[in-house]
Each structure stands twice: as C-alpha cells, then as structure tokens.
Design a protein around this ligand. Structure first.
Ligand code: SAM
Length: 241
C-alpha cells in the first residue's frame, strides 16, 4: 500500500517510522510519503490560511495550495482514495480500517485552524473517491493525530505487518465484541490469581470461557455493540457460552 500525507507539520508524522509500521516500511509492505502543504504556496510567507467569508473566529485553509498539492500528489490518470479527517466525518471503526486496508493507495489531507475551504473536498470528489472521517465526538487541533491513528489501524491489517495474523482474529472489534481479559506469568501476583481455567490445558473450555467473558464485557461496557450484532452472530455466541 502507498500512503501520502499532506500537512503543514510534516514532523508530526515522524511516529510512522516507529515500531511495526516502521518495520513494515523497511520491508516494503507499506510506502509512506509526507508532503509539506507550504511547498505549494507562492508568496514569501508561504501562506496557507485566510479569514473566513461570512466572518467569525479563526482562519480557514485556502483552496489554492490544496488544489495544487492534490493535483501533484495524484496526477490525472492515477488512482487514490482521499481521506479527510474532520470532526464532521463518519466515525472511524475497525470495519472502516478493513475497508481502507483493501485500497492500493490512500492520500490524507490534514486540516488545521477552522478546517479546509469546503470547495477542496467538492472538487477532489469529481476525480477521486473522498471519505471524510472523524476519530470521535471531540475536536483536535489538526488532522495529523487522526492520520496517525488511522494509518496505524489500517497498516497493522496489511498482510505481513503483524507477525502472527491469528492475533488479528481474536482481538476487540474483530467479531463485533470486546476482547476477553488477558493474563501472563506469574500465575499469582499480589494475591491475585489468574483464572484457573486458563491453566487447565482444556482448549475447548478455555475457548468457551473466553467467549463468555467477551460477551459479558461487551454487555457491561458497550451494549451498543451487542445491539448492532446480526441476530445470527448473537445466537452463535449464545450457543457457544
Ligand atoms: N472548525 C472545525 C469544526 O468545528 O468542525 C474544527 C477544526 S479543528 C480545530 C482542525 C482540524 O483538526 C480539522 O480540520 C481536522 O483535520 C482535525 N480534527 C479535529 N477534530 C477531529 C476529529 N474528531 N476527527 C478527525 N479530525 C479532527
């Protein structure tokens, strides 16, 4: 997969060189290019913002540098999906991460100030698919942190990025449930014992216990997730506990 990020703070994206994603880049599983939006300005001050039409507080990102940046990063004839982080977007989920992981190329446009002039998304949508994504119902200072989150969630789903692909199957949100609690050695720590069933070696009972825990945790913490599960998925879950 190829990822391009357009931002006025290129250094903000440095963590994309760390850990699993850094190794994925070294192995050629993921290619990331970070671009400075100011490279597409033409004035001495490299201006990317201006006052909002209609008045009001704050500044808005001007459309011209964005238009030129997108024309350069995605020239006519090339295919890419544009992702625009914004609190007004669709809320990011694991299902969306899987959908994006199936793309060949993603381009991220990081807003700052009061956001990007609305015509940029309108115009870009005439030549490439555009998805506006929100991390959640709160406001960040810029799109860079959202890009770090989305790229990490998407990148770890790419084949070969996570060493053991099994670990992607059992984790939270993979099957619509939160993951069961996990434990490691020692078996007893500060008078707290690991649930004895996990030491039993009975894989069938352990699997049923884990499913039971996942259901109970999801019901207690995120009943909305249980409500959203297809009835067949829930009845399968019921049969296994
Ligand atoms: N004035 C905008 C509004 O009220 O919707 C908020 C602008 S915010 C200060 C600046 C930038 O941060 C946005 O353009 C977007 O790129 C990013 N941002 C802020 N909150 C976000 C969220 N919840 N999800 C994704 N991106 C967000």
């Amino acid at each position: 997969m190829r990822i391009d990020v357009i931002t006025i703070f290129p250094h903000y994206l440095a963590p994309l060189r760390e850990s699993l994603l850094g190794r994925a880049r070294d192995k050629g599983l993921l290619e990331v290019a970070v671009h400075d939006l100011r490279d597409w300005t033409h004035d001495r001050h490299r201006t990317v913002d201006d006052t909002p039409y209609g008045g009001g507080a704050g500044m808005v990102m001007r459309p011209e540098p964005w238009g030129e940046a997108l024309d350069t990063v995605v020239p006519a004839g090339e295919k890419a999906r544009l992702i625009v982080p914004t609190p007004a977007g669709e809320v990011f989920t694991q299902a969306m991460a899987h959908e994006l992981a199936a793309e060949q190329r993603l381009v991220f446009a990081c807003g700052r100030y009061e956001g990007i002039d609305a015509r940029v998304v309108e115009e870009a949508a005439t030549r490439m698919p555009v998805t506006e994504i929100s991390l959640g119902d709160y406001v960040l200072n810029g799109g860079e942190v959202a890009v770090l989150v989305i790229v990490e969630a998407v990148g770890r789903l790419l084949p070969g990025v996570v060493g053991n692909p099994e670990s992607l199957v059992e984790e939270s949100h993979a099957d619509g449930l939160l993951e069961y609690p996990v434990y490691t050695k020692p078996a007893s720590w500060r008078d707290r014992d690991v649930p004895p069933i996990l030491l039993s070696g009975d894989h069938g009972r352990i699997a049923r216990w884990r499913r039971d825990q996942a259901l109970a945790r999801t019901a207690a913490r995120r009943p909305d997730l249980l409500a959203a599960l297809a009835p067949e998925a829930l009845s399968t879950a019921d049969r296994t506990v």
